[in-house]
Design a protein around this ligand. Structure first.
Ligand SMILES: *Cc1c(COP(=O)(O)O)cnc(C)c1O
Length: 375
């Protein structure tokens, strides 16, 4: 129950046992092209989804390298640990990041972004986060798009893609970055950057600033079915299998499943006497974060969940370390995962001498499922 790497469906595990194909054979090209087409449908874009042998951070780094040069000013609007990674990336590359930060646990505030851009009219590129995994907050991308005006807008959707809706083209997001190991139900190791024509044109105007992560080189390779570098062939086969499952279930059904799981988790946590971090949001269905109750050692909850019940859950990151617990439910998760985790959480809280009525959290989650079944 951690937000990545997430559990793998059986067919994705099986795909790992297939022989290693030479990347230039028609057999592999067919798998690769099928994966690219399926990725395009999940990103909901006609643009190329560029594939890197990297974690999600690699795809994010590609966006900074291809869109900004040392000495340039860009804007980062964040609301947590991963959003702040944009700032670190820019700083390390000598790009000056003007940073506006919303309160952790809350989504990114569009008004703050608009005000910052009013004060910085020369800024041309804006970096934001769709699903802030460190707090569970999911930001309103259409509102951020509007606040960003006509600037290039780059969204980190590493944990949210395939979990909550993100129609890249319809919402006019220029670049969407993601990775294989969260909502996309594949082992870690593939980074994705879907790049609009406008963003690609900015890269073309300014020349290459990266070698491995250069968008143009990667796009050219993919368009000729001769990937620029050796692709991780096994991960490609696994990702293809995972996307087939996702499309068989149907994107809308996948989002609805996560909506129910998120609601189960929130209602369950509240029924266990826990306070949710930040305001409730019916679209924040990637990770559920709750505050560690006063008087409880924040690291004890994940440790006991693991020691007593073999359930991995996450604690807080950065400045929330020790202060929150996080249950991830992005990807290959269902009803029984949530009910089992909530049941274990109740027993852990009981052991930590919290006033707990056993079954309350599980019951609240069941009520959510019952209501969903009634429709
Ligand atoms: C996991 C995550 C990342 C980092 O991805 P890696 O694959 O670990 O590099 C970045 N942003 C968000 C929102 C994430 O959830």
């Amino acid at each position: 129950m951690v937000p990545g790497p997430t559990p793998l469906p059986p067919e994705v595990l099986e795909a790992a046992a297939s022989p290693i194909l030479y990347a230039r054979t028609p057999d592999f090209v067919e798998i690769f092209e099928d994966m690219l087409q399926r990725l395009g449908r999940v990103f909901q874009t006609e643009s190329d989804v560029l594939v890197f042998a990297s974690s999600g951070s690699g795809a994010m780094a590609s966006a900074v390298e291809n869109l900004a040069a040392p000495g340039e000013r860009v804007l980062v609007a964040s609301c947590g640990h991963f959003g702040n990674r944009w700032v670190s990336m820019c700083t390390d590359l000598g790009v000056e990041a003007v940073h506006v930060e919303s309160e952790w646990g809350h989504p990114i505030d569009p008004a703050t972004l608009a005000d910052a851009l009013d004060a910085e009219p020369d800024i041309e590129v804006v970096f934001v986060t769709q699903s802030e995994t460190s707090t569970g907050a999911v930001s309103d991308l259409p509102a951020l798009r509007e606040a960003a005006g006509d600037r290039i807008l780059v969204a980190d959707a590493v944990s949210g893609l395939g979990v909550v809706d993100l129609p890249m083209d319809a919402w006019g997001i220029d670049v969407v970055c993601s990775g294989s190991q969260k909502g996309l139900m594949t082992p870690p190791g593939l980074g994705y950057a879907a790049v609009s024509e406008r963003a690609m044109a900015r890269r073309a105007k300014r020349g290459a600033r990266a070698f491995y992560f250069d968008w143009e080189r990667t796009q050219k390779g993919q368009r000729t079915s001769r990937s620029a570098f050796t692709p991780p062939v096994t991960l490609v086969a696994q990702q293809r299998a995972a996307l087939e499952r996702l499309e068989t279930e149907g994107l809308a059904a996948v989002f609805e499943r996560h909506r129910v799981l998120g609601r189960m988790c929130r209602e369950g946590a509240k029924a266990a006497g826990l306070e949710l971090l930040g305001p409730e949001n019916s679209e924040a269905n990637v990770v559920t974060a709750f505050r560690v109750p006063d008087g409880v050692d924040g690291k004890a909850i994940p440790k006991l969940m693991k020691d007593r019940f073999g359930i991995s859950m996450a604690g807080g990151q950065g400045k929330l370390s020790g202060q929150i617990g996080r249950l991830g439910h992005c990807g290959y998760y269902g009803y029984s995962d949530i009910v089992t985790a909530l049941g274990a959480l109740e027993l852990v809280l009981l052991e930590l001498e919290r006033p707990i009525e056993l079954g309350a959290a599980v019951g609240a989650a069941q009520q959510v499922m019952a209501a969903a079944q009634r429709g």
